[in-house]
Design a protein around this ligand. Structure first.
Ligand SMILES: [Zn+2]
Length: 295
C-alpha cells in the first residue's frame, strides 16, 4: 500500500479500526512509517467520502448510457450536485485506470485515430477530441482534448462575439501520442483519414509503422455522421467507437440541449465513457467502476 500523502512505498502500520457511519462497515486505519500521517483503507476506493455510495455504479452506467446529469438527478431523487460530483470523480478514476491499462496491456500493433468535434457553450467555440482506438478490438487507448477556432460560416461571427480563439490541435495530438507511447509496439499499421495534419506526427512518433490513409466516406442518412453509408468502411473500428461515444454521452449527441459548459468536464466525461466502453467490450454484464491501484 502506498502512502497517499508522501507516496512512501513502505508498508504502513495498522492503526486501529473504526465503524463507518453511513453504512456500518468496519474500516482499517493505517499509519505511515515515513511521514507518521494516518489514513484508512477507504482512501483508495472509488466511494471515499461519498455517503450515498449505493448510487455510484448506477450513476456511472447511466451517465455512460445517454442520460443527462439533470435527468439522472430527477430519476434518482437527489440533488444535481450529487451527480456532478460523481462525474468528476469517475472521470479522474477512469483516466487513472486508462493509464494503468496502457502500461500493463500487451503492445498495440494496429492503431486507428481521428478527431471528434464538439463545442463548449456555442458552436462558435469548437473543441477537438483526439481519440485513439485499437483496430479490430475497438478498445479505446487514449484521449486528448483541445480548443480549435470556428470554421466555415461561423468564422466572422465567432471572432466578433468571442475574439480570437487559439488552435490547440497539434498540442492535442502531441498529448495523445505522449500518452500512447506506453502501449505501442515498435512496428504496426496505423489507419487514419486523409487529413494532412497526421503524417508528420506518424513519422515522428511511429517511425517503424505503416500508415494507411483512407478517404472519408459519406455518413449514412439516419443519425450519426460517424456511421458510413457504404457497406465496407476501412475505419469501421474507429467510426463505430466514435458513434458509440456520441450515443453514450448525452453532451455529444447531435441536436441535443445538453452541451458542454467546461472543457475540463468534457475531458472527464470522455475518459469515463472510454473506460465504460472498454469494460463493456470485456463483459457486457459487468461494467463495474473500480479504482485500479496496480501501478
Ligand atoms: Zn506517508
Amino acid at each position: 500500500m502506498v502512502c497517499p500523502y508522501c507516496k512512501s512505498q513502505e508498508n504502513p502500520a495498522k492503526h486501529g479500526t473504526y465503524i463507518r457511519e453511513s453504512d456500518g462497515k468496519k474500516c482499517q486505519r493505517y499509519r505511515c512509517k515515513a511521514c507518521k500521517k494516518t489514513f484508512s483503507e477507504t482512501h483508495f476506493s472509488i466511494d471515499y467520502r461519498l455517503r450515498k455510495r449505493y448510487l455510484n455504479q448506477n450513476v456511472f452506467r447511466s451517465l455512460c448510457s445517454g442520460v443527462s446529469q439533470r435527468r439522472l438527478a430527477i430519476i434518482l431523487g437527489v440533488q444535481r450536485a450529487v451527480i456532478a460530483r460523481r462525474l468528476l470523480r469517475f472521470g479522474r478514476c477512469a483516466q487513472h485506470n486508462l493509464e494503468v491499462y496502457r502500461r500493463n496491456r500487451e503492445k498495440v500493433t494496429r492503431l486507428d485515430f481521428d478527431e471528434l468535434e464538439t463545442f463548449e457553450h456555442t458552436k462558435c467555440k469548437p473543441i477537438t477530441a483526439a481519440i485513439a482506438v485499437e483496430d479490430k478490438t475497438r478498445k479505446v487507448l487514449a484521449i486528448a482534448v483541445g480548443r480549435i477556432p470556428a470554421k466555415g460560416p461561423l468564422v466572422q461571427l465567432a471572432r466578433k462575439k468571442y475574439g480570437p480563439r487559439p488552435c490547440e490541435r497539434s498540442k492535442c495530438l502531441h498529448a495523445l501520442f505522449h500518452d500512447l507511447k506506453d502501449c505501442l509496439g515498435p512496428s504496426g499499421l496505423v489507419k487514419t483519414d486523409k487529413s494532412k495534419a497526421y503524417p508528420p506526427f506518424i513519422r515522428s512518433y511511429l517511425p517503424g509503422w505503416n500508415h494507411e490513409a483512407t478517404p472519408g466516406l459519406r455518413g449514412c442518412v439516419v443519425g450519426q455522421g460517424e456511421l458510413k453509408a457504404s457497406g465496407w468502411d476501412p475505419l469501421f473500428s474507429l467510426n463505430h467507437t466514435y458513434a458509440m461515444f456520441r450515443d453514450g454521452l448525452k453532451r455529444l449527441a447531435r441536436r441535443t440541449w445538453c452541451t458542454t459548459k467546461k472543457m475540463g468536464n468534457l475531458t472527464m466525461s470522455l475518459n469515463m465513457y472510454a473506460w465504460f466502453h472498454n469494460l463493456y467490450l470485456d463483459s457486457k454484464q459487468r461494467t463495474q467502476l473500480k479504482l485500479d491501484w496496480n501501478h
